[in-house]
Design a protein. Structure first.
Ligand code: 9UX
Length: 72
């Protein structure tokens, strides 16, 4: 099954910021698709909940140096 997680990302100022985060999320096992929008400051992750959870997404974002707040 596929689940969707939305995260508010604080601190992005350019498209390289959003691309870095997008790559970090996409590299996680169990992630089908990840998009990070600079303008809305939002990350959307489609994933297999049996393999990975939103905690992994939060950690991956914060490891890139940005602040993550779970939306849903
Ligand atoms: Mo752009 Mo983001 O020059 O950390 S990569 S500001």
């Amino acid at each position: 099954s596929t689940q969707i997680c939305r995260i508010h990302v604080r601190g992005m100022t350019c498209t390289s910021c959003s691309s870095t985060i997008e790559s970090a999320l996409q590299s996680l096992h169990g992630v089908h698709k990840a998009r990070v929008a600079l303008t809305t400051e939002e990350a959307e992750v489609c994933y297999d909940p049996k393999i990975v959870t939103h905690n992994h997404f939060m950690s991956a974002i914060e490891e890139t140096g940005f602040e993550a707040v779970l939306i849903s």
